[in-house]
Write a protein that binds this ligand. Structure first.
Ligand code: NZQ
Ligand code: ZN
Length: 387
């Protein structure tokens, strides 16, 4: 186990009806907030009314900015920054999924900064101060509700980049599994793939002697694999949703990676796909992750054997190491297919014409990968494996 620090200050408020506590929680930080949300779903589901009533009941004034799209855009972030400055707002309440939360984090970073907020995403600068944010989560997926990161798309590239800093942790995150009942199947599936990917990015590490982190990760993966099909079958299964929502939060709150060098190559490779093709992040990961596993498993085969055995119960009797590894990857692909997700670029309608550009961009920003360091050439090979 390598040395580590673990810091996660986000207060989690979990369970039935908890979204009605948002006014009470918010008023601890501000009397006036920016209420930030996405598209039509928030009003259609009734969550908007519940949140607004709770804010009004607690005397919290608000200005609103809706319209965040999946793969949130820099232009709306800049609009939000202007609104906060004009209205003297110092707290942002994000009601939605990863896209809304990430947009809120970007606005929070941009308000006290004199330059262009994109500087933080092009990694030229790190935020030194930020406004605080709170969250009401409506989709278990990105884990942004208790993560230190935000991912924004600059339409001018298009470039999709992340910024990570301890200042990004929300003050609180309200997780009511009942709010997930209205999610359409495609978002449930993509969200589930993202949750699994967040655990696997931490699990496939070059380190040994990480037994606790391994077993916590395996338990989290098994809980997700068991409960996600249940919510697809019955979208009002509270108990299964509770497991999925809590797993989504724990998958990305930092705990499961402790003592290991996390990988994150698949995320880097996927972000280029969602930047150019506007594919849902989790849907892109369901295609990229198995291809990445096929390409890198020779660097640390023991990790991939352990994954096959412990997560997908692959019987190793009489099989070679490669056979066990391949069976584990096949079972992962079958799980994604069972969720209705594409597992090849071809199925997602993506061809090979942007491979070189995407690989250059993915490799150009930082060294990709930990279990195996990847150059742009390696990344092209992974895209080819995903075709
Ligand atoms: O369009 P609207 O009406 O807003 O509907 C949303 C959206 O279309 C819908 N939705 C959300 N809650 C709903 C609902 N529909 C019905 N009922 C509900 N209760 O779901 C759609 C997808 O929402 P989005 O926020 O885009 O999903 P997700 O949470 O998967 O977030 C994806 C974004 O997060 C980034 C991704 O790259 C992507 O941009 N990530 C952020 C991370 C972080 N900050 O730590 C880490 C992740 O790895 C990821 O990169
Ligand atoms: Zn992700």
């Amino acid at each position: 186990m390598i040395n580590f620090t673990w810091y996660n200050p986000t207060k989690i408020i979990f369970g039935k009806n908890t979204h009605n506590e948002v006014g009470n929680e918010t008023k601890k930080y501000a009397k006036k907030v920016l209420l930030h949300y996405g598209g039509k779903s928030l009003k259609a589901t009734g969550t908007y009314d519940a949140v607004v009533n709770s804010l009004k009941n607690e005397g919290v004034d608000f200005v609103e900015l809706g319209g965040v799209r999946p793969n949130p855009r820099l232009s709306l972030v800049q609009e939000g920054i202007e609104i906060c400055r004009r209205e003297g707002i110092e707290f942002i309440l994000a009601v939605g999924g990863g896209s809304v939360i990430d947009s809120a984090k970007a606005i929070a970073a941009g308000v006290p900064y004199e330059g262009n907020v994109w500087d933080f995403y092009s990694t030229e600068k790190q935020p030194e101060k930020m406004l605080s944010i709170g969250v009401v989560l409506t989709i278990p997926a990105a884990g942004s509700e208790s993560s230190d990161g935000s991912v924004i798309t600059n339409e001018e590239g298009p470039d999709k980049r992340s910024c990570c800093t301890d200042l990004m942790y929300p003050k609180f995150a309200i997780l009511n599994p009942e709010l997930c009942y209205t999610l359409p199947v495609n978002h449930i599936s993509a969200g589930g793939a993202d949750i699994l990917a967040h655990i696997m990015e931490r699990y496939f590490a070059p380190n040994s002697n990480t037994d606790l982190s391994d077993r916590l990760s395996e338990a989290a993966m098994k809980a997700l694999i068991y409960n996600l099909p249940k919510v697809l079958k019955d979208n009002k299964d509270y108990d299964a949703w509770a497991e999925v929502m809590w797993t989504g939060c724990v998958a990305h709150n930092g705990l499961l990676g402790r003592g290991r060098q996390e990988d994150w190559a698949s995320h880097g490779i996927e972000h280029e796909l969602s930047a150019i093709y506007d594919i849902a992040h989790g849907a892109g990961l369901a295609i990229i992750f198995p291809a990445w596993m096929k390409y890198v498993n020779d660097a640390h085969p023991e990790r991939f054997v352990q994954f096959a055995q412990r997560v997908f119960d692959v019987d190793t009797q009489g099989k070679t190491e490669d056979e066990v590894i391949n069976e584990g990857i096949e079972k992962l692909e079958a799980f994604f297919k069972g969720l209705g997700l594409a597992t090849t670029l071809h199925e997602a309608g993506i061809d090979d014409k942007s491979f070189e550009v995407m690989a250059q961009k993915a490799a150009g920003n930082w060294t990709l990968g930990s279990i195996k360091k990847l150059t742009a050439k390696d990344i092209v090979s992974i895209y080819k494996k995903a075709l």
